[in-house]
Write a protein that binds this ligand. Structure first.
Ligand SMILES: *[C@@H]1O[C@H](CO)[C@@H](O)[C@H](O)[C@H]1NC(C)=O
Ligand SMILES: *[C@@H]1O[C@H](CO)[C@@H](O)[C@H](O)[C@H]1NC(C)=O
Length: 549
């Protein structure tokens, strides 16, 4: 079997870091570090210098991150003339989103009205229709649980069909404050404002909320996408320019009084990641969980820290084989659940171990590395699908009873992903897992198997079998538990392995700062002593001498 080359757009792990903590701290303490010849001031200077040192070092380790957003544009070109190996057919009939809408919701919010309110797929992202401004301008907005700004295009761009015209909205108020967000892929700049929005297939009511009006962007809007803005559903800590900019869902809960829970069903499982017509869609249920969208029970894992939706991964299995890495490797430097990331992203060590284990357990040994690193597609003749040759992938998450875990499992149909019609005679697939330099990301590849409940009220994330992760009558995902967590560390999310590079930088900086401090002290103390003795600066101190000369 041979791989065909593809111009596969691959996300890169760039460290375009956003940091608001360190500059603020330095701004405050810098003036105090000016040399002051009065001895009594030396002590406070020392204190301020150390504050400065620590704020920089702490700030560095705390806020060095970029918001992951990865949307594949869904365009693949594959060279023809590949050598094909005939593999046995594994039928996969898509039965669409055959949802039975039988539930009878009670309360103030009708969840059934929100079912199927998403369009899109993992390749181009899942988006919801929103009405922005007065009168309402209809826009499609990407649902992203990995960031916290609500931002819409406010100027034309070649890859979008329309944008939010702030001048046509009588209720739009600009704050004049500039705002910029960098994602793992792409970035945008704009201006903060406030306007009223409503969601046709969301909770009833109009919400006054913060809007970032995007005036310029780079690599953010991509060809083939059908959305014009992004809805960041994570916590205030990730909001830009700072956490005082209340994110969308916080505003919704405050203003409409709905419970502080939302849930997501993404229905692209097993379907082509770049199908042009009729994308499968999904549901964003605001205010709770809709029973018709999942089967079995909901398993909950604690949210480790409220910025991203950070969870704790205890174990990974390929087939029945435990990868057996130190569990801190899985959470380095964090493990998050992010609907705005297409793939399952794994820290480099974990990724390499997974690829090795898959290669070993799959019957296909001659995969070129290009398939694993995402630069090539694997193609079979039409109708012949490779899934039976690949193992299942399981992720163990800490249960709310912290001495237990549960396991979410995806079948190969979810991570060996079909790419439509690169060539009329071939079915081509990409590897739905990639390596990451900024943490483990449970992206759409995994989320499409599950109904995910973002229970912010109880600081936990719930996973249940998604009613639409089914093909040919068979489920494409599994969930099982509870398992004992006795074989892993009590805490896999923190510890010496966390952000090792940043710690090295922090210590290096501390060293530099300390050196500067010593020099400063010498600078300050020596002249002071002389002044105390003689009342004026003499040239006995070499440092002072050098300064005078
Ligand atoms: C919105 O209000 C209408 C009329 O009261 C009701 O039928 C509908 O179910 C409500 N929708 C939601 C999402 O609550
Ligand atoms: C948590 O799990 C442990 C180990 O399985 C069990 O002994 C304990 O009873 C559980 N605690 C609760 C509150 O369910």
């Amino acid at each position: 079997m041979r791989m065909s080359a593809a111009h596969h757009r691959l996300p890169t792990d760039n460290y375009n870091n956003i940091c608001s903590v360190a500059p603020k701290a330095s701004g405050k303490s810098k003036p105090k570090t000016k040399p002051n010849p009065v001895t009594t001031m030396t002590y406070s200077t020392t204190v301020w210098t150390w504050t400065f040192v620590f704020s920089i070092c702490f700030g560095l380790s705390k806020c060095h991150f970029s918001v992951p957003l990865k949307i594949f544009p869904g365009k693949y070109n594959v060279s023809t003339g590949v050598n094909l190996t005939a593999l046995r057919l594994l039928a996969l009939k898509s039965d669409g989103n055959g949802l039975s809408l039988a539930s009878d919701p009670t309360g103030t919010v009708n969840f059934l009205d929100m079912v199927n309110n998403l369009q899109g797929d993992s390749g181009r992202g899942y988006y919801i229709e929103m009405s922005v401004g007065t009168p309402g301008q209809k826009l499609n907005i990407l649902v992203d649980t990995g960031s916290s700004n609500f931002a819409v295009a406010a100027a034309p761009h070649p890859f979008i069909t329309h944008y939010f015209n702030t001048e046509l909205s009588s209720t739009y108020m600009s704050t004049g404050q500039p705002v910029a967000v960098r994602y793992t892929q792409g970035n945008w700049e704009g201006e903060l404002g406030v306007d009223r929005i409503s969601i046709p297939k969301g909770p009833n009511g109009t919400i006054t909320m913060n809007i970032a009006a995007i005036t310029s962007s780079d690599g953010f809007f991509l060809p083939g996408i059908n959305w014009q803005g992004i809805l960041g559903l994570a916590y205030p800590m990730l909001a830009r320019p700072d956490s005082s900019v209340e994110p969308f869902f916080n505003s919704v809960v405050k203003q409409l009084g709905i419970p502080d829970i939302f849930s997501l069903q993404m229905c692209g499982a097993g379907l082509s990641a770049s199908a042009a017509a009729d994308p499968p869609g999904g549901s964003l249920i605001m205010g709770g969980a809709e029973p018709t969208l999942y089967r079995g029970s909901v398993w909950y894992t604690p949210i480790v820290e409220e910025w991203y939706y950070q969870v704790e991964v205890l174990k990974l299995e390929v087939g029945d084989q435990n990868l057996n890495l130190d569990c801190r490797e899985y959470n380095m430097d964090k493990a998050i659940v992010d609907s705005g990331t297409t793939l399952l992203r794994l820290p480099v060590n974990v990724f390499n171990a997974v690829v090795e284990a898959i290669t070993r357990s799959s019957l296909i040994q001659d995969f070129s590395s290009g398939f694993w690193d995402g630069t090539k597609l694997a193609c079979w003749t039409k109708g012949e699908t490779p899934w039976k040759f690949f193992p299942k992938l399981s992720i163990y998450l800490r249960a709310t009873n912290t001495s237990q875990s549960f396991r979410i499992t995806i079948l190969p149909q979810l991570y060996i992903q079909p790419i439509t019609d690169v060539d009329g005679t071939l079915d081509c697939f990409r590897f739905g897992v990639s390596s990451s330099a900024n943490g483990l990301v449970i992206g759409a590849t995994v989320m499409e198997g599950f109904y995910v409940v973002f229970d912010r009220a109880q600081k936990r994330l719930g996973f249940a079998l998604s009613s639409c992760a089914v093909a040919g009558g068979a489920a494409l995902s599994e969930i099982a538990g509870p398992f004992s967590a006795a074989d892993v560390a009590a805490d896999c999310s923190t510890g010496s392995l966390k952000e090792p590079l940043l710690w090295v930088i922090s210590y290096a900086l501390m060293g530099v700062c300390g050196l500067v401090l010593i020099i400063l002290l010498v600078l300050l103390l020596l002249p002071c002593r002389h002044r105390d003795r003689s009342g004026e600066i003499t040239d006995e101190s070499s440092l002072v001498r050098h300064r005078i000369k």
